[in-house]
Design a protein around this ligand. Structure first.
Ligand code: NAD
Length: 441
């Protein structure tokens, strides 16, 4: 049933966005780009005179598809498809991560690049939006093969990236080592060390203190703000977290330090429950040592599907896309959902949660802490002057609080969800910049 509805939705989108449909996308299945187009359509009535420019948001500025050939360790030559999409650069250079995953598609990279435009404008950092990826399962590659893949990809997209053009960062299956190889490759090609070409680098190569924890800290910060508005006492809250990696693990730790009880956690190996609240530092240490949470002593292991029925006040999806769907949204007990992951809630689920009065803090503001500290890293690299971790955290918290306050005010003014409000704030900023710059020539 939901598949039929989804199909109908995609058809409607294709029809309503005919002008925005690039010729190489399948009108029957626009994928994540279709969801993004629907989100833009929802905010267009609120854009006033700026709606004149809205088509800008429905067309990525520049898309590069590259062939990435490498020699495998066994002597054969393998070819991978790589992408870099610069969705919009009206407010500054492109900015967004690079994903290595076997399911990466152009539609996904387009949508992720557009969500980066929205996110960067929502927290008001001076960037446009971009995203990149390679269609590859990196777990099948040796370290040497991964390095060759990264370097060849960086060389291929080198014609459009640069410290003042487009600045990649880590995303799914890429990390600080991959960023170090990207920085080195770009630097070798241009003949000078260019630390500012990527963020999320190792600290010894111009990385920033606080970057690793930044996204989880941002999730916690906006969660505290949202809880205040709905009269939820964080120190007594019951919290369930899906995904206990970089984002979910840090957010869970900060909520637990603030007195919340983390009652349920799910990762790719299973789901655990503890009524009295989990010992988060011990759980993180256990996951680090054993690679799984289900063997953590003294907890109840529950069915993965039962995670959605857990009695809790706050739910933090911090794993994958499209986890909260029309199938489970009606079962969620939480009063507050804070999206740590990118795109964890489908549009249908969004509507169900809204009807049920559940407040959703959308990804485009909730997980913007990472790109905010990436911005700090880039600024520090330019000035070659590095800040203390306390300074970074204080600036991060201020930016996240300001972003949440702006979005909250707009949601109250127009009586819309926080997601629509975030899109209104962000689209207005982007299109205002577009209008001020005008069209060239
Ligand atoms: P990570 O790899 O550190 O952690 C991912 C977690 O999700 C792990 O605990 C993993 O076990 C769990 N997981 C994977 N598959 C699962 C499944 N099928 N069911 C339940 N759990 C599953 O990744 P991360 O950096 O924490 O990123 C998580 C999400 O946050 C992604 O959507 C990412 O795009 C988004 N995000 C991350 C950052 C960042 O700075 N790391 C910034 C913005 C957005």
């Amino acid at each position: 049933m939901s598949q039929v509805r989804d199909h109908a939705l995609t058809k409607t989108l294709a029809a309503s966005s005919t002008h925005a449909l690039p010729s190489y996308l399948n009108a029957d299945d626009l994928g994540p780009w279709g969801i993004y187009l629907q989100q833009v359509d929802r905010v267009t009535p609120y854009l006033g005179h700026l709606a004149r420019w809205v088509e800008t948001l429905k067309r990525p500025k520049r898309m590069l598809v590259v062939d990435v050939p490498i020699e495998l360790d066994n002597g054969t030559i393998a070819h991978f498809e790589g992408y870099r999409v610069q969705h919009n650069t009206s407010r500054g250079p492109g900015k967004g991560g690079v994903r290595f995953h076997q399911d990466v598609t152009l539609s996904e990279v387009m949508a992720l690049s557009a969500w980066m435009s929205i996110k960067n404008a929502a927290v008001n950092v001076p960037y446009g939006g971009a995203k990149g990826g390679i269609r590859v399962d990196p777990k099948t590659l040796s370290r040497g093969e991964l390095e060759r893949l990264t370097r060849r990809y960086t060389s291929e997209i080198g014609i459009i990236i640069g410290p003042s053009k487009d600045i990649p960062a880590p995303d799914v299956n890429t990390n600080d080592q991959v960023m170090a190889w990207m920085m080195d490759t770009y630097s070798m090609n241009v003949g000078t060390t260019a630390t500012g070409v990527v963020t999320g680098k190792p600290i010894d190569l111009g990385g920033s203190l606080g970057r690793r924890e930044a996204t989880g800290r941002g999730v916690f910060t906006v969660g505290v703000e949202a809880a205040k508005h709905i009269g939820l006492d964080i120190s007594k809250a019951r919290v369930a977290v899906q995904g206990f990696g970089n984002v979910g693990g840090i957010a869970g730790k900060l909520f637990s330090e603030a007195g919340s009880r983390i009652v349920a956690v799910q990762d790719h190996t299973g789901t655990i429950y503890q009524e009295s609240g989990l010992n988060v530092p011990a759980l993180l240490a256990h996951i680090k040592e054993h690679g799984t949470l289900i063997t953590f002593p003294g907890v109840e292991v529950i069915a993965n599907d039962a995670f959605w029925d857990v009695s809790c006040d706050i739910l933090i999806p911090a794993a994958l896309e499209q986890q909260i769907t029309a199938t489970n949204a009606g079962r969620i007990q939480a009063k507050l959902v804070i999206e740590g992951a990118n795109g964890p809630t489908t549009p249908q689920a969004d509507d169900i949660l809204q009807e049920r009065g559940v407040l959703v803090v959308p990804d485009v503001v909730a997980n913007a802490g990472g790109v905010t500290v990436s911005y700090f890293e880039w600024v520090q690299d330019f000035s070659s002057f590095f800040w203390s971790e306390d300074e970074i955290n204080a600036r991060l918290v201020r930016i996240m609080q300001d972003a949440f306050d702006s979005v909250w005010a707009v949601s109250q003014q127009h009586k819309v969800t926080l997601r629509t409000a975030t899109f209104i704030v962000a689209c207005q900023r982007i299109l205002h910049a577009r209008e001020l710059r005008g069209l060239y020539p």
